[in-house]
Write a protein that binds this ligand. Structure first.
Ligand code: ADP
Length: 716
């Protein structure tokens, strides 16, 4: 039903395939099935207009006229661009609008568009339907005036499968983009050309050759992958699916009852919801719960068989200021200090507006977590924070696993539809607005139509080729990122025009056990642990920001260090149990015994510990000026050590968002219908994320993204 609506009424359909590299897409194919009035026409009848001298600008000269449906009927907008590329005239005709409401708004809207030289204007309050219609039509006009390629999207005649023609779709293969160009007649696939030149020779290239024939023979894209070349095969099928959608195909018509012997049947399914959320990590689950609580129908896609992403691995806590827990515990803190700490930690590269919004909303986010049964009452110090601000679970367990369990409970309780093992592969946009997602599960290809999409796919810490693309110096560095954290959301967003910020800002975490990539939470240092080098000596204030501590470690002999703590610390921090049970800790009843196992001079290590314990008693560290995480000394046997070095931990850069979590395009405008939250976004953490801010980010912006998406669905 919805599909018919999309096909019949909406003017522009853009389907961009998910690609591996960010640079690969080039110009987006834009397809339309609307009825743009011919360029060069000017509006007729009694339209209201606004005109200005020909200021220089970025558009192609001409008049671009488009129509949309307003309150009472069609509304036509004609945007004229002068020789210098600036908009010189905006004429709006809407004779059917209520004279006192929409009719009155029309001249104001024309003026707004002319002044802004853009369709992104506030609109006129009280005349929201007319305003939206004008903005819709104007945005098509501006799109065409920007030289965006406009291709007719066809509607097959009668019961036909396709509108005859040649169409190209793109998708991610093994080695890069795969382009599939398909020629179709009314009811047949006549020819398939596959360009998969990046695919591995003899493996992927074999699939490239074989699969085209197989699809032609079956007259169906729904064929089994060539064994041994599954990634390339699936890329080809996805690219072909995208091309066929551009040919007007309803993919559900390719569902098959029976596969050839031994072959797998993939179904094509159309789904509908209000909001698709991509990624069931902390940001995605927060958004899903929040939007469902607001009455929206949500589909949450997760490519892994389980939820959690990097969020599960967050062991420290959540930074929040002016919370009721801080107040109850007599801790003085403020939103302003939180902002300044975050800016300072991020080397002032952060987007201050985003940081301010995060800090301002952090306390209410803690309240919201309370309300869904995920309280974080234990407040302590963490690196880069002036005050005790990091909020953790009562029992000292890792914040991430704690939250993921509670989020999943809530998701169950609310009956939210979570589709596991289902990867979002492309965003669909209609008329410049994001309206859904193409996805792929184990048994089906999905075309999911929605009013809004929230990207919550996390960062790209587990995508070596993206990491190396932006930071060649990090080649071969271990990562703490979860397997699903591969930058898909960044690639999909960029493909629909999103801007990226700080993409090369990749954080190393200073305490990563190298053999297991296991991250040793900052809370270990926050609760009093120290770092020593192979000589048994401290070398830094352990609670400086992550980049500084990482750099300090890399200067030590062998570029590693040991984190040292005692039984008292273990007793107070549940996360330590996992380190012990995994076998990455070394332990001894005396400091000298510990030193021997680490091949460190026992007297030096004993001296380092004695000095440190004195500094804790004095509340003063004359060697490195540490003044936090000194509540308890290290004097209760047994003693523990873990050998650590820096590892890739957080990709600070990503998709550009504004304070409403709308994704911003390269021209600085929000992309209608597309929202993002969490590690997929850039700007919040600047050049360095301080511990506890990832969880603050996902909960605060997960809620904001869903609030904004809900409003957008409601037409606000
Ligand atoms: P955040 O901290 O921002 O919430 P996480 O790393 O915790 O990010 O979660 C991101 C989640 O998104 C992971 O569970 C990951 O598997 C999932 N994901 C990433 N890409 C896709 C995709 N293309 N389709 C579906 N899920 C995805």
């Amino acid at each position: 039903m919805k599909k018919e609506y999309l096909k019949g009424l909406v003017a522009a359909v853009l389907i961009i395939a998910l690609t591996v590299g960010l640079s690969a897409m080039g110009k987006n194919p834009t397809v339309t099935n609307g009825t743009p009035l011919p360029a060069g026409t000017s509006s007729t009848s009694s339209g209201s207009g606004a005109s200005a001298p020909d200021a220089s600008g970025e558009y192609l000269p001409g008049t671009y006229t488009y129509e949309s449906i307003g309150f009472g009927g069609p509304v036509e907008v004609a945007v004229t661009v002068g020789e210098s590329g600036g908009v010189t005239d905006v004429k709006i005709t809407g004779d059917s609008e209520t004279p006192d409401v929409g009719g009155k708004a029309i001249p104001q809207l024309a003026e707004q568009i002319l002044t802004a030289q853009s369709a992104e204007v506030d609109g006129v309050s009280g005349a929201s339907v007319t305003s939206q219609a004008v903005k819709d039509a104007a945005s098509k006009a501006f799109m065409e005036a920007s030289g965006e390629e406009m291709v007719e999207i066809p509607q097959p005649a009668g019961d036909d499968l396709f509108v005859p023609g040649t169409y190209t779709g793109t998708a991610k293969g093994f080695g890069g983009d795969i382009n599939v160009t398909v020629t179709v007649s009314e009811n047949a696939i006549e020819d398939i050309q596959i360009d998969g030149s990046h695919e591995t020779e003899n493996i992927g290239s074999f699939a490239v050759e074989m699969l085209g024939d197989k699809i032609m023979e079956a007259q169906n894209p729904n064929v089994d992958a060539i064994s041994g070349a599954t990634v390339s095969s699936n890329g080809i099928i996805r690219a072909l699916n995208n091309a066929l959608v551009l040919a007007g195909a309803d993919l559900t018509r390719f569902n098959i009852e029976e596969a050839a012997d031994g072959e797998k049947i993939m179904a094509y399914e159309d789904l509908d919801c209000d909001i698709v959320i991509i990624g069931a990590g902390g940001a995605g689950m927060t958004a899903a719960i929040n939007a469902t609580q607001a009455g929206k129908k949500v589909i949450l896609l997760e490519k892994m068989p389980y939820a959690g992403g990097n969020t599960t691995k967050a062991t420290g806590g959540m930074n929040a200021a002016e919370t009721h827990y801080q107040e109850e515990q007599g801790i003085e803190d403020s939103v302003e200090v939180f902002v300044e700490d975050t800016m300072k930690g991020g080397h002032d590269l952060n987007d201050r507006d985003l940081v301010t919004i995060m800090a301002q909303n952090s306390s209410s986010a803690i309240d919201w977590l309370d309300s869904i049964g995920a309280p974080l009452p234990k407040v302590s110090f963490s690196g880069g924070a002036t005050n005790k601000r990091i909020h953790a679970p009562e029992d000292g367990s890792g914040v991430g696993a704690f939250l993921v369990t509670r989020f999943l409970n809530k998701i169950d309780e609310l009956g939210i539809d979570v589709m596991y093992n289902t990867t979002a592969t492309s965003l669909m946009t209609l008329d410049g607005k994001v309206t859904g997602v193409m996805a792929e599960g184990p048994d089906a290809y999905y075309t999911i139509h929605s009013k809004a999409v929230i990207l919550a796919t996390g960062g790209f810490g587990n995508n070596q080729s993206m990491i190396v693309n932006y930071r060649n110096d990090l080649l071969g560095t271990v990562t703490t990122s979860a397997p699903g954290v591969t930058g898909d959301g960044i690639v999909m967003a960029e493909a629909v025009g999103a801007d990226l910020v700080d993409i090369e800002q990749i954080q190393l975490h200073p305490t990563v056990e190298q053999a297991t990539s296991m991250l040793i939470t900052e809370s270990v240092r926050g609760d009093g642990a120290i770092l020593v080098n192979q000589e048994g000596k401290r070398f830094i204030n352990e609670l400086l920001t992550r980049d500084v501590v990482s750099a300090g470690e890399l200067e030590q002999p062998g570029s590693y260090a040991y984190i040292i703590f005692d039984q008292n610390l273990r007793d107070g921090l549940k996360a330590v149990e996992k380190y012990v049970s995994t076998g990455i800790t070394v332990q001894a009843d005396t400091i000298e015994g510990l030193a021997e196992q680490l091949d460190i001079d026992p007297a030096t290590l004993a001296d380092t510990l004695a000095k440190w314990n004195q500094y804790v008693a004095d509340k003063k560290d004359p060697d490195f000026g540490r003044d936090t995480g000194m509540d308890a000394d290290l004097s209760k046997a047994p003693y523990y050590a873990i050998k650590i070095a820096p590892g890739i931990h957080h990709t600070m850069g990503g998709v550009k968002i504004n304070t409403e979590a709308q994704v911003i395009d390269t021209a600085g405008n929000p992309i209608p219908g597309l929202f993002a939250a969490g590690e997929v976004c850039g700007g919040v953490h600047g050049g360095n994320r301080i511990g506890g801010n990832a969880v603050a980010d996902i909960v605060v912006f997960g809620r904001i993204a869903s609030d904004s998406a809900v409003k957008y669905c409601d037409g606000e």
